[in-house]
Design a protein around this ligand. Structure first.
Ligand SMILES: Cc1cc2nc3c(=O)[nH]c(=O)nc-3n(C[C@H](O)[C@H](O)[C@H](O)COP(=O)(O)OP(=O)(O)OC[C@H]3O[C@@H](n4cnc5c(N)ncnc54)[C@H](O)[C@@H]3O)c2cc1C
Length: 356
């Protein structure tokens, strides 16, 4: 059996890994490079039970467990590390706590840690670009092939009823099944199949070189910038870098992932906010200034499963803010669905593309 996966982000890479474990002949078609988009520029924060009470709960719990297991199974170091998580806020100028030392010594005075919201049992982090690459490499070791080319269409059989492969820049790749996993660019495939609406939401982020000075604590803080309250997320990584994101914005969604750029004002605000959080967040310590688009559906749940009216076409996208977390269980379940016709660990019914 041959399966073509379109998109080499975290969802495509995890699907390739689990499909190749079933002995399937896998070809991944990636337009730019592995983890070129959100999967290389996300925070990489993982939480076991933050989706409790929602249809995502089982997918998140299974994924969290797989994230802990995968470092034992495949080669590479992508910085999987359990960590504590705290919520808090930056005290305003007129707040008496403005000059109070923070509970975490690497943060500036006035950064108030309010509550512990995750423990090393329930929250963790990975370096998303390294994780995605490691999953793709592990798939390649198991026989998968990565082709750097652009998906341009679905090829159908004689009477047009069933897909028989994909068209890429300069050729056709025949396949028994096709998986569309191009993040927000999956919408391109709607020209050839019935896909629900998909939106792209942009966020800027900055990665700082903070060395060994920062504790393994994820922070979810509220702060004000030019009178507006915004949330800021801070994720220290085991490789000595710290990731900061805030100020999601809207912007024209480029057709080529290589053209994704941060909006200059949003980037300036993230830099300004970071500077208030810690003296470690200095301009000369910046490693990367970047932006990426999350794929979002109308009901906020991912699309995972067979596309209506074509038994050979599958989609896996729309993972929004939890794509890095939920990629392993998505890949595992989709591989089971394609190869065995049913899933073993996670029920994909809430994510059926036909629901919208
Ligand atoms: C700022 C930010 C922070 C985030 N933080 C977290 C976090 O802490 N934890 C978490 O779990 N999630 C996080 N996310 C969400 C997560 O990044 C995404 O849900 C996830 O990366 C989506 O992965 P994907 O594989 O679906 O898509 P993408 O990563 O977008 O990959 C799609 C791939 O398809 C390729 N492609 C596009 N068009 C074509 C074509 N025509 N032919 C072939 N290939 C094509 C692209 O080059 C790209 O490599 C964050 C997202 C953002 C924006």
């Amino acid at each position: 059996m041959r399966v073509v996966i379109c998109g080499g982000g975290v969802i495509g890479a995890c699907t390739a890994y689990f499909l190749s474990r079933h002995g399937v002949d896998v070809i991944v078609v990636e337009r730019t490079e592995v983890a070129a988009a959100a999967s290389g520029k996300a925070g990489g924060f993982l939480a076991r039970d933050w989706c409790a009470g929602t249809p995502l709960d089982a997918l998140a719990r299974r994924s969290f467990a797989l994230h802990a297991q995968l470092p034992e199974e495949i080669a590479g170091d992508w910085g999987h590390r359990p960590m504590t998580a705290y919520s808090g806020f930056v005290a305003d100028d007129n707040d008496p706590r403005r000059n109070t030392p923070s509970a975490l010594d690497w943060l500036s005075d006035g950064v108030v840690i309010a509550q512990r919201i995750g423990t090393t049992e329930t929250t963790a982090i990975v370096h998303p670009q390294k994780f995605t690459s490691a999953m793709m490499n592990a798939a390649i070791v198991q026989g998968a092939e990565l082709r750097r080319t652009r998906f341009t269409g679905i090829v159908r059989d004689g009477d047009g009823a069933r897909a028989k492969g994909v068209e890429v820049d300069d050729s056709i790749i025949e396949a028994d099944a096709v998986v569309i996993a191009m993040g927000p660019w999956s919408l391109l495939a709607a020209n050839w199949m019935s896909l629900p609406a998909l939106y792209a939401q942009r966020s800027p982020s900055i990665v700082y070189d903070t060395g060994t000075h920062v504790s393994a604590d994820a922070l979810f803080l509220e702060t004000k910038i030019y009178g507006e309250t915004t949330s800021v997320e801070v994720f220290p990584r085991p490789d000595g870098s710290t990731y900061v994101t805030a100020c999601p914005d809207t912007g024209a969604f480029p057709t080529d992932p290589i053209d994704v750029r941060p909006e200059p004002n949003s980037m300036k605000w993230v830099e300004e906010i970071s500077g208030r959080l810690s003296p470690l967040f200095r301009p000369e310590k910046i490693i990367a200034k970047q932006a990426c688009y999350r794929p979002v559906t109308e009901d906020g749940l991912p699309l995972i499963g067979r596309v209506p009216q074509d038994e050979r076409l599958y989609v896996a996208t729309g993972h929004s803010v939890w794509g890095i977390l939920n990629a392993p269980a998505t890949g595992e379940a989709l591989a089971e669905l394609i190869v065995e016709g049913a899933t073993r660990n996670v029920d994909l019914a809430p994510f059926d593309p036909a629901r919208l």
